[in-house]
Design a protein around this ligand. Structure first.
Ligand SMILES: Nc1ncnc2c1ncn2[C@@H]1O[C@H](COP(=O)(O)OP(=O)(O)OP(=O)(O)O)[C@@H](O)[C@H]1O
Ligand SMILES: [Mg+2]
Length: 231
């Protein structure tokens, strides 16, 4: 099975001295291609810190991270071209305000394709195809403000998929949605894992949303454990 993300003994401490907050305490985690992984845990347990640390948006304090077979972090040593690596291998979806407000749905999806150097025609073709895949192509020329939160999140998923990343990190993507729209967004995340073999790590507070996920991890005070059921 293709290992997409491997994390060993990952630590992250914010601040120092008596103000230090140990947000991650020795996290071990392996995620394979096509895995749908849910990350649950109370507020402040380190969920966001974990997503930001594995993608090196935050500098870890210690441990080791492999992404798609490459070591990208090893006890302080860090891959130099991490920006390029993130652009090509990792897609991000946050809780809300993912989209640039003055660009249409289509233009939002075109953005990473432009950064990746796609030709205009090819970029347009691919962006429309991704919007269609997320069942939101009829909104291609809408500005985000004219779409529902759920529609915006589906555009955000389309944009996250632009570079055909191996890993998608979603931080409470349904947190700002009602349950019907939230379910639809989760359905789309399942679809990209099942059909594209994209590995998905999804943080959520809502256990009803993770029906059918392959692995459920719980974070508590910076420590992770694998849950064998939803309870
Ligand atoms: N930039 C920062 N500086 C200092 N402490 C931080 C910083 N970011 C997070 N923390 C602390 O790290 C811990 C983990 O925070 P994190 O945001 O990862 O939690 P979370 O599980 O995502 O919570 P929530 O469910 O509320 O989003 C918390 O104690 C938090 O206060
Ligand atoms: Mg968070």
């Amino acid at each position: 099975m293709a290992e997409i993300l491997k994390v060993e003994g990952l630590n992250k401490t914010f601040g120092s001295g008596h103000l230090a907050v140990e947000a991650l305490k020795g996290i071990d985690l392996t995620v394979n291609a096509g895995d749908l992984v849910a990350l649950l845990g109370p507020s402040g347990s380190g969920k966001t810190t974990l997503l930001l640390s594995v993608s090196l948006i935050l500098d870890p304090t210690g441990g080791k991270i492999w992404l798609d077979g490459e070591t990208i972090y090893d006890h302080g040593w860090k891959e130099v071209d991490i920006r390029q690596l993130r652009l090509t291998k990792v897609g991000f979806i946050f809780q809300s305000r993912n989209l640039i407000p003055f660009l249409t749905a289509l233009e939002n999806v075109l953005l990473p394709l432009d950064l990746l150097g796609f030709e205009r025609d090819e970029a347009l073709r691919r962006a429309m195809e991704l919007l269609k895949y997320m069942e939101i192509d009829e909104r291609a020329h809408y500005l985000p403000a004219l779409m529902s939160g759920g529609e915006q999140q589906r555009v955000a998923i389309a944009r996250a998929l632009a570079s055909a990343p191996k890993l998608v990190l979603a931080d409470e993507p349904t947190g700002a949605l009602d349950s019907v729209r939230g379910m639809k967004v989760m359905e789309m995340l399942k679809k990209i894992a099942r059909e594209n073999r994209t590995a998905v790590i999804c943080v959520t507070h809502d256990e009803r949303m993770i029906e059918g996920f392959d692995y459920i991890y719980r974070l508590k005070d910076g420590q992770i454990s694998l849950s064998d059921n939803h309870g």
